[in-house]
Design a protein around this ligand. Structure first.
Ligand code: ASP
Length: 603
């Protein structure tokens, strides 16, 4: 039977009690982790968000009634215990913060009972994720998930305080709004009052934060929820959280400076890790050339080498035709992997195909210095030696080559490099390697839309020295855009914005946007720009990813209290769900019937 807590007041969380309290009376409340009976004694591990505390029920102290009640306790019952702190009578538990003490219970109240939970509430228990998410309430009780959620709260609090101290104002921007320019699909909300019209949930606060700069707020921050209806990807959430900011009267270096100090502060305070400042910077071009990625993982080497020059006249048509089509041939050296069995190499080839490669050429350097290779028969000995030399190949190494358009070669080798590093155990989660990637291309060509699209967004400022190429050579224009990368993950990105009307309209033109469409989409911001706009720039972090890396987890779902799964549904609430006819009618919405349904009705 559930009792009330009237007349009781919790004095400590479980691990706030320590040997300094020995002899004192305390009142603790929490969940039963475990009950053990030892003849005339009952031991209960009591759990709250701070950790565990041992409670000892001794019939001589608590009396028969209390002892009998303690006997009925089962896992996950919620109880309140009054008692006295004692040095542990049994062996000290070194693994527990409270391992040298216990509370001798003088009274017990059962505040609520619990059914047997579907999985044990313990750290790192392998439980199927769909069960965990369905019973998220219980999953969130597990100490490892709790420490992630607590860390997330800490990161948010520290960020707010740090930025406030730097003169940032926290300002909220609307959730019910118009489309924003991040380029994903919008989540739409139908309007009841304006039948047939829709709000869009923001993909980011981008337009509003730029407006705020026009309004003179000069440093804005917000921990903002963003919504993007993107294609299903394992580690994406339809709604996610950004640490968003915008600053006026600044250029790239100013944004980088305040953010480096913010990161260093967070890592010191939360993890006691010293981030070496300044953080290394690399242009996008260099990142692609050396690592095949715009978010290189710098915890290990295995850099890409362009071997096009060496193979340009060779007899291997895979290489030469890639070069003839304007592509390149590049390779990486997986050190010490030369004895990899054929089967595993084949698996790497399949992996590469998943990234668009037609194949993968390899050279194993045997211990006697000879080569085992998929393409040696098409090459001269000199060419083979030159390839090996250019990748610093030594006995026992495995060299892998991709030949194709640059974009594919980068993609394939960039991914392969990380895959191999993972297999070779080179990815240490305790090693934090930060990197700024700068000078991103302004545009990328979309085969689908057959036009240039903005790599960041249409308000990103081109680099001054590339402005004259906006019309003549859009593909060569670099942007004042930057990403902050941690261990191969992009944790944030931003740019200096265009604040001159003439550059903005050239930009829209390059993107194939008519003035009319631009006005329809972003008119309110463009109007604001007519009345005095300061030069401004900003950045947004993905808070989920940042905390995931800080908490050394592999999934952002482990640092979000109520995440959705891959198909964007919520296993806890069953959202999205059907709504009743009345609601639809109020919104003037008619659901199109499935074709098959219609057909069967017709028959
Ligand atoms: N709004 C951008 C984004 O979500 C970040 C920025 O440019 O500040 O990627």
């Amino acid at each position: 039977m559930a009792e009330s807590m009237v007349g009781l007041k919790r004095t400590h969380r479980c691990t706030e009690v320590s040997s300094a309290n020995v002899g004192e009376k305390v009142t603790v409340m929490g969940w039963v982790q475990k009950r053990r009976n030892l003849g005339a004694l009952i031991f209960v591990d009591l759990r709250d968000r701070s950790g565990l505390l041992q409670i000892l029920f001794d019939e001589n102290v608590i009396g028969k009634e209390g002892f009998d009640k303690a006997y009925t306790l089962r896992n996950e019952f919620v109880i309140a215990v009054e008692g006295t702190v004692n040095k542990r009578s049994g062996a000290v538990n070194e693994n527990l913060k409270t391992g040298d003490i216990e509370v001798i219970a003088e009274s017990l109240r059962i505040l609520s009972e619990s059914e047997t939970p579907p999985f044990p509430i313990e750290e790192n228990i392998p439980t199927k994720e769909d069960i965990r998410l369905k019973y998220r309430c219980l999953d969130l009780r597990r100490p490892d998930i709790q420490s992630n959620i607590i860390m997330r709260s800490q990161v948010a609090t520290l960020t707010r305080a740090f930025l406030a101290n730097e003169g940032f104002l926290e300002i909220e921007t609307p959730m019910l709004t118009k489309s924003t320019p991040e380029g994903a699909r919008d989540y739409l909300v139908p309007s009841r009052v304006h039948p047939g019209k829709f709000y869009a949930l923001p993909q980011s606060p981008q337009l509003f934060k730029q407006m705020l700069m026009c309004s003179g707020y000069d440093r804005y921050m917000q921990i903002a929820r963003c919504f993007r209806d993107e294609d299903l990807r394992a580690d994406r959430q339809p709604e996610f959280t950004q640490i968003d900011m915008e600053l006026s009267f600044v250029d790239v270096d100013d944004v980088i400076d305040v953010n480096e100090r913010l990161l260093a502060h967070l890592f010191k305070e939360v993890l006691n890790v010293d981030v070496q400042l300044p953080i290394q910077r690399m242009t996008w071009q260099e990142a692609m050339d050396r690592f095949g990625s715009d978010k290189p993982d710098l915890r290990f080497g295995m850099e890409l080498h362009d071997v096009s020059e060496i193979v340009k006249n060779c007899g291997f048509s895979v290489f030469t035709s890639a070069l003839e089509n304007g592509g390149s041939v590049r390779g990486i050296n997986a050190k010490g992997q030369g004895s990899m069995p054929r089967k595993k190499i084949d698996a790497l080839v399949d992996f590469a195909k998943g990234y668009g490669a037609k194949g993968l050429a390899y050279i194993c350097i045997n211990e006697d210095g000879t080569y085992k290779s998929s393409f040696a028969k098409f090459m001269t000995d000199e060419e083979m030696d030159a390839l090996v030399k250019s990748l610093d190949g030594e006995k026992g190494d495995l060299l892998l080559f991709a030949a194709d358009r640059n974009k594919i070669v980068w993609n394939v080798l960039g991914a392969l490099r990380v895959e191999l590093a993972d297999k070779m155990g080179l990815l240490d989660k305790n090693d934090y390697k930060f990197l700024w990637v700068t000078e991103f291309p302004q545009f990328e060509w979309s085969d689908e839309e057959e036009r240039w699209v903005a790599m960041h967004h249409p308000f990103t400022m081109p680099m001054d020295e590339d402005l004259d190429k906006l019309e003549s050579d859009p593909g060569a224009v670099r942007a004042k855009a930057y990403d902050i990368v941690l261990n191969g993950t992009e944790i944030g990105g931003g740019s200096v914005r265009i604040h001159q009307a003439d550059i903005q309209s050239r930009m829209f033109k390059a993107l194939g946007l008519t003035e009319e469409t631009a006005n329809e989409k972003f008119g309110f911001l463009l109007d604001a720009f007519k009345y005095g706009v300061p030069p401004h720039a900003g950045l947004a972090y993905g808070l989920d990813r940042l905390v995931m890396l800080m908490a050394k987890r592999d999934s952002i779902r482990d640092v979000i209290a109520f995440p959705k799964v891959k198909d964007a549904s919520c296993l806890l609430t069953n959202a999205p769900d059907v709504v009743d006819e009345k609601q639809l009618k109020e919104l003037s919405i008619d659901i199109a019937k499935e074709e098959t349904e219609e057909k069967s009705e017709e028959n």
